[in-house]
Unconditional design. Structure first.
Ligand code: ATP
Ligand code: ATP
Ligand code: MG
Ligand code: MG
Lengths: 231, 240, 360, 360, 231
């Protein structure tokens, strides 16, 4: 079955997985933190932070990609900064992961935040009376209780990262082996006559991969929920 | 400059308009076989590629679907000025749904509005993507752009315009000749006259004073390359 | 260590204004539903930030709004037993029990867990999660969790309400030991006069957010005007010392020279204890009764007769053993012509002195 | 309407196998924490699907696994008072109270709401949401919500545990009225011997998922071997009729010819009622006592002496009024030479007959 | 300030609002229902439904647009059906709403589902014992308790619908006044040299609009939460 896809396509599959995986993993800590801030803190400018988080959802992906290019390109201010510490994202798979991560970020934060808001603050209070500081309350009570939300958010983020197209192609171009993820490969095929079949094969692969992640997460979430609900 | 990890010049990155994918893949295969160079081809919209080059993309060669973006890069001093040449040309055709449609001769008297009836004309985004820009000009030349503009269905690229016609969503569409050839569900019923729009050219240029880039640009003008481009329906301008 | 509480807080429709100092030991907060007991406890725990006030356990000042001092809950070293258990649903019973332990600076010995588990009878539940526990089981785990946190202040909000009598009888002595053997102050909410009598060093009665009465358990319970919950709760407390344990399951006590027989108490001969004599369990006779099943007959004189609003009256008797309160009907008080100074006998059945009325 | 329950269900580590039939009235489920009371109630409510069984209230069969009959909970017409209130957090107290009302086919009269609100003392809370209520207030609203659903079966899981004595005393008569004036069967979980005595038509005692004892309240409470919770709960029940109400707040009862004086009862002269005489409140004398504050002295003979495991013994006396149980020490029993056939007197203080021990 | 944007741009703003509004409103009932099915029912093929719901997230938008075209185009089977009842979506703003709605659907469902899973089933049981049928339990207990989640989901869906580009342009093309939403207009501007300024003006408008919706939803959610939490 390996010749069902050409080597370049297999490369795109592998790259997509890598990009989506690292994108999801990379935004997870910040996503959890941001969700916590939005769910539990109160400060001036909270709405601004909230808006910023949602920005990638609102902006047409091309615009996000364009802004990323301006900011993180080799000539961009942030790109320059990163370069000084030895990180190059422009036109690398890491840039594709950055774009996918940013596009998936609002979805992750929303999921986690919703779960976090559903955690009974009375349990957190109980933990505090037992000596747990804010940090430990979070680690020992809040975090385990929002695991299903984190899982749900991560899967949605992963799916989004797998499917991200507009921002990626605008930001890091479409370089096979470096930045040509599945959706970009699909796009390339669809641009020329006769590419439909190959495109559909790639679509099938992405759907299968994402569904796999989805089913896995459902099984995990169910196991966690069953534990807690005691049924 | 080439991609990271290639100090030897054994690698070459080419940014090219997405519509060139099939042809360039063929050409690249030949080139790699002949020279042993590792070619990286990145296909996207010309605007995206041009912006990336402005932002410092590690590309060695740029092939645009429209001169405008090449002009911008030239102004910015990002291309090697004397390496620029017009590589390919294309034509606009009017395509109709179905396989058995009468050919039409497109002259200034051609009543496209009448042919459409109450349906729409599929085309690429006017004023945005190159095919749309040319199409708008051609329709203007017909003197019907004002009437037709609200009756168009403008999509992201020529392929989708073609798909609209193929599926019968619109009876007619205006696309590149190179695209129309391969689509079984449509008939190219008429060719727009060459003077109905600015010449459709795909300029190519090197982005650095790299010998490899020069060599590749030369190769694009070779007979091998010409055959590949023509097989995809392009007119090869260079070398004529 | 003493406990000092002073609080002012306004909720829509409810104003709390409470202030009391309690000596070392266990302080019972007593009062009707909605009188503000939980609110006081929550403020002490730091879960509620009162408008003004100060709470200190000895020199461990939990907060003082005047001094702008506020310890966050996790630095207060608490053992809070909530009114509604609040177990962590994702942790097993064992993990719940040991939760506070993780954060306690000096860890309680391992044996402590075993002892508490044994006392609470939750040994067979250690690997379960709270969702699979019965109501009473949850409450017991919650008690254990608080006790195992090596607290410097125990806050117990009706900890035993969900439990049956037998289980209560097993847990009460534990609180007694905590009260007597450690210096940890305990603030304990209860509706049960029995628990008050058995456990309280100090009683603070709340009414609509204010302190209605406060005093030592002996003072408050010995006051004929004090009606804990209902008039049935009237009862005085006697200080006594164990003389001997008899073979027939009775213990002989010495209450300032008077002899009392009560069901076997755990204290060793020579140890002191207190005995609560419920007013309704005391019968008054003018002549010394003979051939009667009641074993305790104390001679004394009537000190005061306080008629209640109903058919009853509370009669305070001065006996050798101390003050005893008797509840009789007004009709009997009249028939016997009870009046201050009248000599009489207080008849007290041994069995009516329940184990929960006898405490260290 | 009678209540018929038969259930088998296995939980990991706990097996329930319970079967009982109870006549019209209120059935108390009694048992230690974790004995399966809530599990029985949940099965009756349809929240738990037991492995096998059948529950019927009269001819209203809630489910019958043999007949593959299963009414979903919402078609069972229940008034379920949960152990942990379960109020709807998004609804006000008023909306919570009226929730079942929306779905009841024949709506209770508007006056019903007012009456229940009054009885529960939640009138000032009607516009609040549950998060702003105290523990006892929540529980009271939960009681009201269940009662106002016009149920055909009331399931009450320790409804009064969170309440103070005074509040309990206000709510208990309401359950009595429900028991006596309506035909709605009531399944009632309680740990309190007082509530059992006062409310139960039938008592079903559970032990580790099995029925340990079952009978009418009089039978079970009159059995010297029955120890509800602790030995303190021993007490017999007498049937009586009101003779007269006296000015001094006492009511005179006729118990099969014997005269009893008790604190004022609400029943009108001529009406029947039942009086629980706690074993520990009965003193036995061999001669008729004189000059004593106790107003009730019943002549009788000893029927049975059952020594307990501790220092006490339960003595069953046959009096004109019926069987009376007395708890005395073994020492007294020996001193008085109590043995079957011995004539003696039971001395019962009027005040020790608490309002909650007297019920319709 | 009206000449800050040309009339065509203002039209795009209005159209975007209309499209996003109706897209969100349109998918709301189905979204709630689907979330309920996924959260509370158990049946064979649940994972397939779950996968289908997530499909628009995984697929490159162009592909989604293409599939829509096949299904809902005038010649598509569903499009034909709709046409018979008088609904035409091809090249209409309703088609843009359809595309936006489908793209936003997974986000809506995820939010609602998470909230629904956080509702304590014990409350629903309590309602059932009081005589409420499954439907009424849902309406009187579950629904009010998940309002914050519905709100959160709706805002994310609205934001996504405002930003949707790829599927829309493919399915209903770019017809000013009918289907030219803000992102399409932005895209057009970005394709030609020098169009950045105009594009950014439009971006600012979409950001302002979406932020408005966001802030509004936060305020509403907070009010609801405060009511229920009683603080
Ligand atoms: N899901 C479960 N899995 C296993 N055991 C359970 C589960 N739920 C309850 N149990 C056990 O079943 C027994 C009966 O529980 P139930 O809730 O009926 O007790 P109860 O008589 O109501 O006690 P309480 O007075 O403490 O409320 C308990 O021992 C409890 O631990
Ligand atoms: N958030 C609030 N807003 C307004 N009133 C409140 C709030 N919380 C509690 N109350 C009221 O404050 C009073 C005291 O409540 P608290 O919980 O302290 O009572 P409690 O003495 O513990 O009663 P219980 O024995 O019923 O638990 C009650 O009348 C209650 O209705
Ligand atoms: Mg309270
Ligand atoms: Mg229970």
């Amino acid at each position: 079955m390996t010749d069902w896809l050409g080597p370049e396509e297999w490369q795109a599959v592998g790259l997509s997985l890598k990009v989506a995986f690292w994108a999801t993993l990379g935004i997870l800590p910040l996503g959890i933190f941001t969700a916590h801030v939005l769910a539990r803190w109160d400060f001036v400018g909270k709405q601004i932070l909230n808006g910023l988080v949602h920005l990638p959802l609102i902006l047409p992906p091309v615009v996000t990609g364009y802004l990323l290019l301006m900011g993180f390109g080799t000539r961009g201010p942030l790109g320059g900064l990163l370069q000084e510490v030895g990180i190059v994202v422009a036109f690398r798979w890491s840039g594709a992961a950055l774009a996918a991560g940013i596009m998936a970020f609002p979805l992750l934060v929303r999921s986690i935040r919703l779960s976090m808001e559903a955690v009974d603050p009375k349990l957190e209070q109980a933990a505090a009376t037992l000596g747990a500081s804010r940090f430990w309350v979070f680690v020992t009570v809040t975090l385990p209780l929002i695991l299903p939300g984190i899982l749900a958010g991560s899967v949605v983020a992963f799916a989004k990262a797998m499917g991200e197209f507009g921002a990626t192609i605008t930001f890091v171009s479409n370089i096979p082996g470096q930045t040509q993820t599945l959706p970009l490969a699909v796009y390339s095929f669809l641009q020329v006559p006769g590419g439909e079949d190959a495109a559909m094969r790639l679509v099938v692969v992405s759907v299968v991969v994402a569904m796999g992640a989805l089913v896995l997460s459902e099984v995990l979430a169910r196991r966690i929920a069953r534990r807690v609900a005691g049924t | 400059a080439a991609l990271a990890g290639s100090a030897s010049g054994q690698e070459l990155t080419v940014f090219a308009a997405a519509s060139l994918k099939n042809a360039l893949h063929q050409v690249a295969g030949e080139y790699e076989a002949q020279t042993g160079t590792d070619l990286h081809l990145s296909f996207a919209g010309s605007s995206a590629l041009a912006r990336q080059i402005q932002a410092g993309a590690p590309a060695d060669v740029f092939i645009s679907a429209h001169p405008a973006w090449m002009d911008v890069l030239a102004q910015d001093g990002l291309i090697v000025a004397d390496s620029r040449f017009d590589l390919l040309g294309n034509r606009l055709v009017l395509v109709a749904h179905g396989v058995d449609v009468k050919p039409i001769e497109i002259t200034k008297d051609f009543d496209l509005v009448g042919h459409l009836g109450d349906q729409r004309l599929a085309m690429a985004l006017a004023g945005a993507v190159p095919a749309g820009i040319y199409t708008a000009a051609a329709l203007d030349w017909l003197g019907q752009w004002q009437d037709l503009a609200p009756r168009t269905a403008q999509v992201g690229n020529v392929r989708i315009a073609l798909a609209l016609v193929a599926r019968g969503e619109t009876p007619f569409g205006v696309v590149y000749q190179s695209d129309a050839l391969a689509e079984p569900g449509v008939t190219a019923v008429g060719l727009f006259p060459l003077d109905s729009h600015p010449p459709i050219v795909y300029p190519a240029a090197a982005l650095s004073d790299d010998a490899d880039a020069e060599r590749f640009l030369m190769f694009l003008q070779s007979d091998t390359a010409r055959a590949a481009f023509e097989a995809q329906g392009f007119a090869v301008l260079a070398g004529e | 260590m003493s406990l000092s509480v002073s609080l002012r807080h306004s909720l829509p429709g409810f104003d709390l204004d409470v202030s009391f100092d309690a000596p070392r030991g266990l302080t019972v907060l007593f009062g009707a539903s909605g009188s503000g007991k939980t609110t006081v406890i929550e403020a002490a725990a730091g879960l509620l930030r009162p408008d003004a006030g100060r709470v200190a356990a000895g020199d461990h000042v939990l907060f003082d709004t005047d001094a702008r001092h506020w310890l966050p809950p996790h630095r207060r070293r608490l053992g809070y037993i909530f009114q509604e258990s609040r177990l962590f649903p994702h942790l097993t019973v064992r993990q719940n029990l040991l939760y506070g332990h993780w954060f306690a600076p000096r860890s309680a010995a391992r044996g402590e867990l075993d002892r508490v588990v044994e006392m609470l009878g939750v040994g067979h539940l250690l690997t379960r999660r709270p969702a699979k526990l019965s109501g009473g089981e949850k409450q017991r785990v919650a008690i254990g969790r608080a006790l195992l946190a090596s607290p410097k202040l125990i806050l117990a909000d009706e900890p035993l309400a969900a439990l049956d009598e037998a289980r209560k009888a097993e847990i009460l002595p534990y609180f007694e030991r905590l009260r007597d053997e450690t210096s940890v102050p305990i603030l304990y909410v209860s509706h049960s006069a029995t628990e008050v009598a058995r456990l309280a060093t100090t009683v603070v009665a709340l009414e609509a957010g204010k302190v209605a009465r406060q005093g030592t358990a002996a003072e408050v319970l010995g006051d004929p005007a004090f009606r804990p919950g209902s008039v049935r709760g009237v009862g005085a407390m006697l200080e006594a010392r164990v003389l001997a344990h008899h073979d027939d399951g009775l213990s002989e006590l010495d209450a300032k020279g008077a002899r009392l027989l009560v069901p076997r108490v755990p204290q060793a001969p020579g140890q002191g204890l207190r005995v609560r004599i419920m007013g309704q369990d005391v019968t008054i006779a003018l002549s010394k009764p003979e051939n009667i099943s009641a074993l305790n007959v104390l001679a004394g004189t009537v000190e005061e007769v306080s008629p209640g609003s109903g058919p009853g009256a509370v009669v305070a008797l001065n006996t050798k053993a101390g003050r005893v309160l008797a509840r009789v009907t007004k009709r009997s008080a009249a028939a016997l012509k009870l009046a201050p100074g009248l000599p009489c006998y207080a008849i007290i059945k041994t069995v009516s002195i329940a184990p929960q009325d006898v405490g260290g």
